[in-house]
Ligand binder design. Structure first.
Ligand code: 9W4
Length: 425
């Protein structure tokens, strides 16, 4: 079947108006992307380009998709995680004649069906989060590859997989790794996850943070973000770590550091942010005080061993949304949020729009760069490319301007001084 503009499959088109309001709200918080939209609305540099995307269908993604459309591109979209699709947002895009195949709670077969549908556009650019679209093209639709100029990838996992493919010579078109941009990496993890994790905990519990012992497992970017925000709310923050340098940083940032076996006895709220399994296990549950709150914001949902907890408390009770009470045989209660899944996504809305603004501006500019290369008759090699440092700085610069902030510039003399190695010190 050939591609027709505006074909779609979403949960319920009647949700379109609700979705439009969400998108308008995100637009009001994403000034960098909106500037790009305004900048390219008239010249339409993406006219003639067809972008297939596989990216969480959220209000922020909708702002990106609409920016592509305003810049002249034809798009077809699917969600990259069956649980992250906002049905109202999907409906709004469909109602505005954008080809979209996404609904909340779809199964794996439906997930790949949606990707296949988007490929009927015969894209010449792809946009991924997790590389499923690129894999589908490589494994099942090699006939599309000669026309594909390149793609972009949003996440760490996707970039790892694609680098492995490139190393094996299996990658058949160039990919730009948006993930590794400074304007994405630092801001998503420290500020995005930092705030949205507290947002998730508050939505699921409405507890007071001030005066609480908040135990954060892992002091990577995410752990640091959560720790800093919790401290800002007046919590006593305790960090557990396995890496000496990270533990030292936490100490010098004013956090208490101790092993989980000790922290388990005094913590009121536990947040895992490590990326490894079994951070909180049965011996820790045995030590915890009555009424503690336990949640995860790390990469996987195995950081808290819920099987261990279920052995001590077999029938948890949902006491409010995203909050389950496990009553242990000795009468103590442990509250687990979002079933140990990522609390910032399951119980809140992930990164605030202001944070997504920068990584999606990187997405837009990278797609534009691929299109411009094509227009000039050039093409990148079939490798994974980093975002150019200048693009990163440009986006951060525009963000500052939209925030009404100005910064200093190096004078030519200062620049010479920096670059001149002959003068000594
Ligand atoms: N969302 C997600 C994943 C799992 C999940 C109730 C238990 C990632 C990045 C962005 O993965 C994402 N599981 C859920 S809800 C849910 C949501 N449940 C529901 O029962 C499991 C995801 C990127 N992003 C932002 O962070 C903000 N805007 C964005 O586009 C989005 C979603």
């Amino acid at each position: 079947m050939d591609y027709k503009k505006g074909i779609f499959k979403v949960a319920d088109l009647k949700l379109a108006n609700e979705g439009r309001k969400l998108i308008a709200w995100a637009e009001s918080r994403m000034p960098v992307l909106m500037r790009l939209r305004e900048q390219y609305r008239k010249s339409k540099p993406l006219r003639g380009f067809r972008i297939a995307g596989c990216l969480h269908v959220t209000k922020e993604t909708a702002v990106l998709v609409k920016t592509f459309v305003e810049a002249g591109a034809e798009v077809s979209w699917s969600g990259c995680n069956p649980l992250s699709t906002n049905d109202a947002v999907a409906a709004a895009l469909a109602a505005d004649s954008i080809s979209i195949f996404a609904w909340h709670g779809m199964n794996v077969k439906e997930f790949y069906w949606c990707i296949e549908e988007t490929l009927k556009l015969k894209p010449n650019l792809t946009l991924d989060d997790g590389a499923d679209l690129i894999f589908t093209v490589h494994n099942r639709h090699q006939e599309l590859i000669p026309n594909i100029i390149g793609g972009t990838e949003e996440t760490t996992t996707g970039v790892h997989r694609l680098r492995a493919m490139a190393q094996d010579g299996a990658l058949k078109y160039p990919v730009i790794a948006v993930n590794d941009a400074e304007t994405k990496w630092d801001f998503d993890n420290v500020y995005g996850t930092g705030q949205s994790t507290l947002d998730g905990i508050l939505r699921a519990t409405s507890v007071l943070f001030a005066g609480k012992n908040v135990v954060i497992a892992g002091y990577g970017h995410c752990g640091k973000g959560v720790a800093t925000r919790a401290k800002g709310l007046g919590a006593n923050v305790i960090v557990t770590e396995v890496k000496p340098t990270a533990a030292l940083k936490a100490t010098l940032d004013g956090m208490r550091v101790m092993p989980m076996d000790e922290a388990a006895k005094i913590g009121d709220i536990f947040v895992t942010a490590t990326g490894v399994k079994d951070v909180i296990v049965d011996r820790h549950f045995k030590l915890m005080k009555d009424g503690v709150i336990v949640c995860n914001t790390g990469h996987y949902d195995c950081e808290i061993n819920l099987e261990h907890l279920r052995k001590q408390a077999p029938s948890p009770k949902v006491i409010r949304q995203d909050n389950e009470e496990y009553k242990l045989k000795d009468g103590r209660r442990i509250y687990v949020l979002a079933q140990g899944r990522l609390v910032n996504l399951a119980a809140a809305e992930g990164h605030p729009s202001e944070v997504m603004d920068m990584s999606f501006a990187n997405q837009f500019m990278s797609q534009l760069r691929l299109a411009e290369l094509k227009r000039k008759g050039e093409r990148l090699d079939n490798k994974v490319y980093d975002i150019p440092v200048e693009q990163d700085q440009e986006i951060a610069g525009v963000k500052l301007v939209t925030m009404g902030l100005r910064i200093d510039k190096l004078t030519p003399e200062q620049r010479n001084y920096q670059e001149d190695y002959s003068a000594g010190t």
